[in-house]
Design a protein around this ligand. Structure first.
Ligand SMILES: [Zn+2]
Length: 278
């Protein structure tokens, strides 16, 4: 049996299936994050603070990052390092909602009409170098942005076999270039950020449970959310369940068949998340 080739936005095909069909929960390469407030650069090196907030439980800061190629790049951080369990859930609903509210405030103040991506990395393999939670706010240099990517994601997201969660505000659908990846697709504008926070936290809990490794660690992951003119366009959650291999890098250089091979089909991710047990 041969694999299936499908198209997602970005010009790369997604190749999956064939004899490569089973969920693999073994991640011997994964390492636990070391979190140490005593050596944390975000607490021990003076930062340029743009704004400060308090949400009842937590003090938050918006700071300028000193290490970036982007002209507009800020970090949203809690005042102190969190423990690894709290980090793994981004603090749960309240703290995710707070981070999104801070983003809204920053956009209102500094970037009313820009194209902004908000994102976070959790775990070394997901790209997190400092154990202190930090959400990135980055402005994309899009002078005349169009909606091509968002439209394609909406089209792909209509496939019912990819649906993971669905409420009044947001649909969550499996898809994209990485095994286990899923997208957050907004339905309208009402309570979108509230719904986004709810669905994001729900997805994180589902994956932490269902994709716990055989070595006993919940998945490392990244979250990316796109905003334009302060409205939420779409977002993704990417768990780090496997790595790109050398054929993928040939494809990224433009070699045929221009495809990324998934460790298992997206439909398998959906069935695994919805199924009983691990
Ligand atoms: Zn810290």
């Amino acid at each position: 049996m041969k694999g299936k080739m499908t198209e997602w936005p970005g010009g790369m095909n997604i190749f999956s299936g064939g004899t490569r069909n089973e969920i693999n929960l073994s991640r011997p390469w994964q390492r636990e994050m070391i979190i140490d407030p005593n050596t944390c650069p975000l607490e021990n090196i003076p930062q340029t603070v743009i704004a400060e907030y308090k949400d009842g439980l937590e003090k938050w800061r918006v700071i300028k990052t000193t290490n970036t190629p982007y002209p507009f790049h800020l970090l949203i951080i809690p005042e102190r390092c969190w423990g690894k369990e709290k980090l793994q859930t981004l603090g749960g609903f309240l703290e995710v909602r707070t981070a999104l509210a801070i983003l809204e405030d920053i956009l209102r103040e500094y970037r009313k009409d820009g194209t902004i991506i908000l994102g976070v990395h959790v775990g070394y393999a997901a790209g997190q170098n400092t154990g202190h939670l930090h959400w990135h706010i980055i402005e994309l240099p899009q002078k005349n942005p169009d909606d091509v990517t968002e439209k394609k994601i909406r089209k792909c997201a209509k496939n019912p076999s990819l649906l993971i969660l669905d409420d009044r505000a947001i649909s969550v659908v499996a898809g994209g270039q990485r095994g286990g990846q899923c997208f957050f697709v907004p339905k309208g504008t009402e309570n979108t950020l509230h719904g986004l926070a709810l669905n994001l936290v729900e997805i994180i809990h589902m994956y932490n449970d269902k994709f716990m490794s055989t070595e006993g660690l919940p998945p490392e992951y990244m979250v990316g959310l796109k905003f334009r003119k302060r409205g939420f366009m779409y977002g993704f959650y990417i768990p780090i369940l496997n790595h790109l291999g050398f054929p993928e890098y040939f494809s990224l250089l433009g070699e045929e068949p221009r495809s990324i091979t998934l460790p298992w089909p997206h439909e398998k991710t959906v069935a695994h998340l919805k199924g009983a047990g691990r």
